[in-house]
Design a protein around this ligand. Structure first.
Ligand code: ADP
Ligand code: MG
Length: 695
């Protein structure tokens, strides 16, 4: 026995406690090869019976026994499998998917059993030929007559080669002549199957079926065999194959659906792309601005110099704790970026200058740390810079004026070159405000004649009156025994960086604990090297500000993303409502909830992809325009103040090309899929029987 309906009853709850009995105590047996007509007036329970046999609805009491097995314990999954493999359904109202062609309507069912594409198409073509539609395979349902639509539906019902064909008034919507053709067709193509057909046409029922079951008010009235000779008693096992709709197929289905609703999709895509483009441009702006600041600050004269000093714990309290032998700059010298390490041996700010035994007042001293530094002041230099192996000085205009006056000369207006060639005496002072340097010079006084070789007009970021060469002062003090017993004691050092762009890197290198730096320790409690650079500080402050501004802007722009997510959610939701019938059809032929959800997830993913790509394209189109505007408005001369980075995104360091762009497209897809999640879930909740009744 293929199917057995055992004391089957169905009650519908109408209002709260009222119920209506659509079927009561139905007992029926069905065998393979039978063509059974269910006959009865409208509302007697025919469709209810058919839906229960199809597994679309479950009985209130009683059992549907399939091949001797009770279905009382069937789960959703068992019913899906049963429908997919064993049931072919033909509806009165055809229930074809409007946006698919005849061929695709047949093919889609085979998607669910996981047949390869080529085989699906071949089989769908064969089936359509069988039902006499070879010339209409590419027609959409709207371009087919009622009879042709029903032929497509029959081909679809046969697609998975089911064992049972259920037809609910298949000729109900057709004229008499076409109805007869359809009856003949069903009979012809489903000879070896069990056919259960609902009809209220007595004539057709008796003419074509092998058995007629009459129903009235939910009860069996009559069950008679006719055309006994035609009955094929075939025995075969029910199929139990499993398969699922692939994401690619779901994607294709969504693409077709999207094509149907272009306008809506375009609006959603644009809405979604605004956020993506905005984020890209903000990232681009902060990237470009950071670069701009980098270039600007690096062009300062002292950008390649890092001031470094040694920190000692409790140094202010106990001068005598000053270590005797510290090779503090060994690690610095190992850094390949370091051009020169100049030791500032405590002479800075502790010397005074004398001309003719008179001390010059209001003098600040600074050292010149290498040729690169000098290059930057070339434009303001009269005479030349001090040589490393000579006791020579470079002075500013004020100092030059003082020297000229001390020599009893009159300074010419704006021309202070008279100071060049004059000799002055440099005196190392014994007292100093800095305890470390005081310790160095305690008890001795050193003097040396220096010759003025240059006058400088201005020096960026420096306001010293006198400049000297480290090497010269160093050599002089060494020669005079100033450092006797104090070798290797470096208190301050100026580190010159080869490539100015690396100043921050080298600064961090010097400060790193493993290189002798103080690491993250508090300055007052630390022991070790401590490097500072005004340029790096300015730069990092600016960068912090830019990053902060970027974060704030991205938060605002994210609102646009949220809005577009809501829009996508609404679009998917209305798509679910519109495609209710399609969902019903797919479920009726055995699609699982997963398959249904996948269709809408694919649709959201596609919208997200469109939005992401559109946003990226828009951002790159806007980029040069924005640059032009910013350059004009701010009156600056930077090529790329908006510069979308293609490698590395602010929150990652991974150097994959296009990582920023790819990440944002990915984010767009993710947002869309999340937005589409709940509507997709809603789609799976749609009841087949409800969906297909909606006509
Ligand atoms: P038929 O197909 O023979 O015309 P149906 O099986 O569709 O009849 O319906 C049988 C009876 O059950 C009808 O009176 C119908 O109104 C009722 N009915 C069908 N489906 C529902 C439902 N979901 N809720 C309440 N009543 C229903
Ligand atoms: Mg009905």
């Amino acid at each position: 026995m293929l199917l057995k309906l055992d004391k089957l009853s169905k009650e519908y709850t109408i209002e709260k406690k009222k119920s209506f009995s659509a079927l009561s105590n139905v007992n029926l047996n069905f065998e393979k090869g039978e063509f059974v007509s269910i006959l009865g007036p409208s509302g007697c329970g025919k469709s209810t019976l058919l839906n229960i046999i199809a597994g679309l609805d479950q009985p209130t009491t009683g059992d549907l026994i399939i091949e001797g097995k009770s279905t009382k314990k069937y789960k959703k999954r068992n019913w899906d499998l049963y429908r997919k493999n064993n049931i072919g359904f033909v509806f009165q109202s055809f229930n074809l998917i409007e946006h698919l062609s005849a061929l695709e309507n047949v093919e889609i069912v085979m998607n669910l059993i996981g047949l390869p594409k080529k085989q699906r198409i071949e089989r769908a073509k064969d089936l359509l030929k069988q039902v006499g539609l070879e010339t209409h395979m590419d027609h959409k349902p709207g371009e087919l007559s009622g009879g042709q639509k029903q032929r497509v539906a029959i081909a679809r019902a046969l697609a998975n080669d089911p064992d049972i064909i259920l037809a609910d008034e298949p000729t109900g919507a057709l004229d008499k002549k076409t109805g007869i053709q359809i009856m003949q067709l069903i009979k012809e193509v489903a000879q070896d199957k069990l056919i259960i057909m609902v009809t209220h046409n007595r004539e057709l029922a008796y003419e074509y079926s092998t058995r007629v079951v009459a129903i009235l008010d939910g009860k069996i009235l009559k069950d008679e065999n006719i055309n006994e000779s035609e009955k094929n008693s075939l025995k075969s096992e029910l199929k139990k194959k499993d398969g699922k709709m692939s994401f690619g197929d779901a994607m294709k289905l969504s693409l077709r659906n999207i094509k149907q609703k272009m306008g809506r999709i375009v609006v959603t895509t644009i809405a979604g792309s605004i956020g993506i483009a905005g984020i890209l441009l903000v990232i681009g702006l902060s990237n470009g601005a950071t670069d701009y600041i980098d270039v600007q600050t690096n062009s300062f004269a002292s950008a390649n110099i890092i001031q470094t000093s040694m920190r000692f714990k409790d140094v202010a309290l106990q001068k005598t704790d000053y270590p005797k032998d510290i090779k503090v700059y060994d690690s610095i010298k190992k850094n390949p970026e370091v051009l020169k390490v100049r030791e500032n041996l405590g002479v800075k700010d502790i010397a005074s200058y004398e001309v003719n035994n008179e001390t010059l007042k209001d003098i600040t001293f600074n050292s010149l740390a290498g040729e690169k530094y000098l290059l930057n002041i070339e434009h303001a230099l009269k005479g030349r810079a001090p040589k490393d192996d000579k006791n020579e000085l470079l002075v500013n205009k004020d100092m030059a004026k003082k020297i000229i006056e001390k020599y009893g000369l009159n300074p010419d207006k704006d021309d202070y070159t008279k100071a060049i060639g004059k000799k002055i005496k440099v005196v190392i002072q014994e007292k100093s405000t800095d305890p470390i340097t005081a310790a160095l010079v305690l008890g001795k006084k050193y003097t040396q004649d220096f010759e003025v070789v240059g006058v400088v007009d201005e020096i960026a970021l420096s306001s010293s009156s006198v400049y000297y060469s480290y090497d010269a002062v160093d050599a002089w003090l060494k020669k005079d025994g100033y450092f006797a017993g104090k070798e290797n004691r470096v208190v301050n050092a100026e580190v010159v960086i080869k490539d100015v762009h690396n100043n921050e890197k080298v600064l961090n290198y010097i400060n790193a604990k493993e290189n002798g730096g103080i690491g993250g320790e508090k300055m007052t409690e630390a022991k070790g090297f401590y490097a500072t650079s005004q340029i790096v500080m300015v730069k990092s402050l600016m960068t912090t500000l830019i990053n902060l501004a970027q974060a704030v802007m991205i938060v605002f722009i994210s609102v646009a993303l949220v809005v577009s997510a809501i829009l996508i959610g609404i679009v998917i939701f209305s798509s679910v409502l519109e495609r209710k019938k399609e969902i019903g059809i797919l479920k009726a032929v055995g699609a699982r909830n997963k398959d249904i959800a996948r269709i809408f997830r694919a649709e959201s993913a596609l919208i997200g992809l469109f939005a992401g790509v559109t946003g990226v394209v828009a951002a790159f189109i806007i980029q040069p325009i924005a640059n032009q505007i910013i350059n004009n408005v701010l009156n600056i001369n930077a090529d790329n103040i908006v510069n979308i980075p293609l490698t590395g995104i602010p929150f990652t360091d991974i150097q994959i090309p296009f990582v920023t762009v790819i990440s944002l497209i990915f984010i767009s897809i993710l947002v869309a899929v999340l937005a589409g999640h709940f509507p997709s879930r809603r789609a799976t909740k749609i009841q087949v029987v409800d969906a297909l009744r909606d006509e």
